[in-house]
Design a protein around this ligand. Structure first.
Ligand code: 5GP
Length: 136
């Protein structure tokens, strides 16, 4: 895996506004926030995308996410938030180290979400569910 800016933040080679750290997880403010309090939660394990992350590292991040989210909400006064997790360039991932965005929402802010739904026929759904199950 290529060296990323997040690996350098973990190693303290470049600065960041760190809000949480344990043996497996780091959380820090996004340098270009979409809203006040926009925070990134990352595993220290160097996986590029979520599907490459170990179950243990994923569990470590999962344990921390609600706690950091609650702290971000209390600090900003926001009640609503998105958790955004991008994987791959088609999904707008810019930094190739797994990360979860916690983005407080208070009315209009910089996060736009298109949600163009498609039709899913029942027979297609059954087949697709079967195919996914077969890969678990
Ligand atoms: P992605 O598009 O990969 O899901 O988001 C990467 C995020 O990392 C962006 O929101 C970007 O602002 C943030 N980011 C990129 N470089 C740095 C950095 O050096 N420091 C911090 N704190 N955030 C960064």
């Amino acid at each position: 895996m290529a060296e990323t800016i997040f690996k350098k933040i973990i190693a303290r080679e470049i600065p960041a506004d760190i809000v949480y750290e344990d043996d497996d997880v780091l959380a820090f403010l996004d340098i270009n926030p979409l809203s006040k309090g926009h925070t990134l939660v990352i595993p220290k394990e160097p996986a590029e995308t979520l599907d490459q992350l170990s179950a243990d590292a994923a569990a470590a991040v999962g344990r921390v996410l609600p706690r950091v989210a609650k702290a971000v909400l209390r600090a900003t006064g926001a009640k609503d938030f998105n958790v955004l997790q991008n994987n791959g360039t088609a999904a707008h991932q810019a930094v190739l180290h797994v990360h979860f965005h916690i983005i407080p929402r208070a009315g209009k802010d910089g996060l736009g979400i298109g949600w163009p739904t498609q039709r899913l026929e029942p027979h297609e759904a059954k087949l697709l569910a079967q195919q996914i199950k077969s890969h678990l």
